[in-house]
Design a binder for this molecule. Structure first.
Ligand code: SAM
Length: 224
């Protein structure tokens, strides 16, 4: 449960060194640590973050997963891939155990992220369970806080009701603008999200539908 979760009091206190293996710069000036720019919320077995470097090379990305054993599995998977591939492959892919519904601003500064993925979130079908869903007006504001202006939030689900739920909350939020047409069709991350997530594969095998929707984080309004 949550009281066993380890999380930093603020993003500056987070030690990322054990999650990533990018070499430290050898320059004499203090090396600036590379920052996480992509978060996969509820990453499950890690299919997305392991495939994304194909289309986003050199970008530092973090899977966040609440289940301990699943997180450990993904961590091992990443370390094994690094050993197998050698060099700097998978150096910028990491995973952390976290309750993303509670502690996102502890890990990320305001406007730090370029992309946030919500892939096949748990549907929590019953109405009285909807408060456990990973999208709500409050959580939409948190995603807006950690996303940089022009950053993109991606959603995919096979549950039509959940798709409409997520769409409603982001469409109604003043800091999100729905992406349509070419902006969605031309986005290389979407193909990865459809085909390389474990859930995406399962839905494919079962011949199910996949509902995709994405939003751009708007600029903050100017207060007059
Ligand atoms: N995204 C993966 C995929 O597409 O294959 C996994 C989808 S799975 C249906 C949902 C995952 O979200 C589960 O692994 C679950 O443990 C995780 N999860 C649920 N609530 C979470 C939370 N508050 N913080 C982090 N992870 C969470």
């Amino acid at each position: 449960s949550d009281h066993q979760l380890v999380y930093p009091p603020c993003p500056a206190d987070m030690d990322w060194s054990k999650h990533f293996s990018s070499p430290i710069s050898t320059s004499t000036t203090t090396p600036e640590e590379k920052r996480v720019e992509v978060a996969d919320i509820g990453c499950g077995f890690g299919g997305l973050i392991i495939s994304l470097p194909k289309v986003l090379p050199g970008v530092r990305m973090l899977g966040m997963e609440i289940r301990t054993q699943v997180t450990e599995y993904v961590d091992e998977r990443i370390r094994a891939l690094r050993r197998l591939a050698g060099g700097e492959a998978y150096a910028d892919v990491g995973v952390i155990r976290a309750n993303a519904m509670k502690f996102l601003p502890n890990f990320f500064e305001r406007s730090q992220l370029q992309k946030v993925f919500l892939c096949f979130p748990d549907p929590h079908f019953k109405a009285r369970k909807h408060k456990a869903r990973i999208v709500s007006p409050t959580l939409a504001s948190e995603y807006a806080y950690v996303l940089a202006p022009a950053g993109v939030l991606y959603t995919i689900t096979d549950v039509e009701d959940l798709h409409h739920w997520m769409a409603k909350h982001f469409d109604e939020h003043p800091l999100f603008e729905r992406l349509i047409g070419e902006e969605v069709d031309g986005d290389v991350c979407i193909a990865v999200m459809r085909t390389d997530t474990e859930e995406g594969k399962k839905v494919e095998r079962n011949g199910g539908r996949k509902f995709v929707a994405c939003w751009r984080r708007r600029e903050d309004p100017e207060w007059v």
